[in-house]
Ligand binder design. Sequence first.
Ligand SMILES: O=C(O)COP(=O)(O)O
Ligand SMILES: [Mg+2]
Length: 226
Amino acid sequence: MVPPLALDIDGTLTTPTGRIDPRAFELLPAWDAPIVFATGKAFPYPVALAHFLGREETVIAENGGVAYVNGETTVVGDPDAARAVVEAFRERGGEIGWGDGDTVNRWRETEVALSTDADEALLREVAAAVDDVEVVDTGYAYHVKSTGVSKGRALRVVADALGLDPAAFVAVGDSENDVSTFGVAGESYAVANADAAAREAADEVAGKGFMDGTAAVLASLRERAR
Ligand SMILES: O=C(O)COP(=O)(O)O
Ligand SMILES: [Mg+2]
């Protein structure tokens, strides 16, 4: 039996230019165990991915602020604290950096994400003055979120709802927002493009980056299950 998976999206299932790698559509629909899509993106993104892969919509969004399993949504964290930090950042001249429309934050319920073009030093300075709020750099965005919220915590909630031991999961990811997942899953892999925090936390670093790395991990898990 192949193991259940906790898969990060950006940097892990994508190409270096941020598209979903087409191999996701070959490898994931037939995976014969639960897959949890665990992302920093807002709730609709992993739901849509699962939906269009024909998988159960079992997802962790907003770095653990939102979890969805068996039709039930769990929301944790303090969005007001995160929004207050971003408001103070703006008052001091900072810009979120997504331009008009901002679909990145439109459906976000528990945290705020800023472009990597945003003034990181100013953001960190403003956030440091507020209790229980932190800035997480995924390489794709700066996330302003409650400190207690993490993908790993949410994975415990989701695994419990699925009747699985979190340690039964194999996790694959690429950045500091995956470190908590790696701590909860029984086995963890950082893809080769991963940041230092993810590489350090993972049981193994894949020889290849992005979906090349993830596909190799999945192939070896399938091989082992034979
Ligand atoms: O939204 C981000 O910043 C990163 O998303 P990810 O957790 O799927 O890599
Ligand atoms: Mg990622």
